[in-house]
Design a protein around this ligand. Structure first.
Ligand code: SF4
Ligand code: SF4
Length: 204
């Protein structure tokens, strides 16, 4: 039986992109009828220049691949799930933004917010390695990526500023007791790895 949709996509590019995103994110994006309930609750609406979840979904349905793969909402989405809990059609835009981020990497697009990209990659890698959040490991991995990027660009001023601001930040976290040194590996590490592998398969 053909899927019921609220929005009829037309054109090969639109059909192709919509099917790819709907399949990989497992979200019924074609049911979006642009009610904008998601937009009303999105905490990053202002920071993205009002590129709200409804607009991102519309972009995908219209087949605007270039814009959909690299825009502010893809890189600023907090995965807070507010849009998904408000959506009458159960569309979780955070899963769409994650899928678009993954696709942008596969197509080797320069991320719009390189530091966010570095943080995201470092978070995933260290969490999978330790099986849990390891703040010191995360900060070290993130710093290594950012500093390497500065070095490649020979941007020594940015490098100095990064080292000084991150050192201050690290010390303030330590004083507040929010930075926990320690290298215990979680017993659930393997399970986390299995979940990540499974989600990787789904996102391909
Ligand atoms: S709340 Fe759901 S149906 Fe409404 S605009 Fe947002 S994604 Fe579309
Ligand atoms: S999950 Fe992302 S897109 Fe959805 S409301 Fe939160 S920040 Fe906005």
């Amino acid at each position: 039986m053909q899927e019921q949709t609220a929005f009829q996509v037309s054109g090969d590019a639109a059909r192709e992109l919509s099917a790819e995103i709907a399949g990989r994110s497992e979200q019924p994006i074609a049911s979006c009828y642009q009610c904008r309930r998601c937009a009303a609750g999105c905490p990053v609406g202002e920071a993205t220049g009002y590129l709200t979840p409804d607009r991102l979904i519309r972009m995908v349905l219209l087949g605007d691949r270039k814009m959909a793969l690299n825009n502010d909402l893809v890189w600023r989405c907090l995965s807070c799930y507010t849009c998904g809990t408000r959506c009458p059609n159960g569309i979780h835009t955070s899963r769409v933004t994650e899928t678009l981020k993954q696709m942008a990497r596969e197509e080797r697009l320069e991320p719009l917010h390189p530091k966010t990209d570095s943080f995201h990659r470092s978070f995933v890698k260290t969490s999978l390695f330790w099986g849990r959040m390891n703040e010191v490991g995360l900060m070290a991995a993130y710093q290594a990526r950012v500093l390497w990027s500065c070095l490649k660009r020979r941007d020594f001023r940015e490098m100095r500023s990064e080292i000084s601001s991150q050192t201050r930040f690290g010390l303030s976290l330590f004083r507040l007791g929010r930075l926990h040194p320690g290298w215990t590996v979680s017993r659930g590490r393997r399970e986390l790895g299995r979940l990540a592998a499974k989600s990787g398969r789904h996102s391909r």
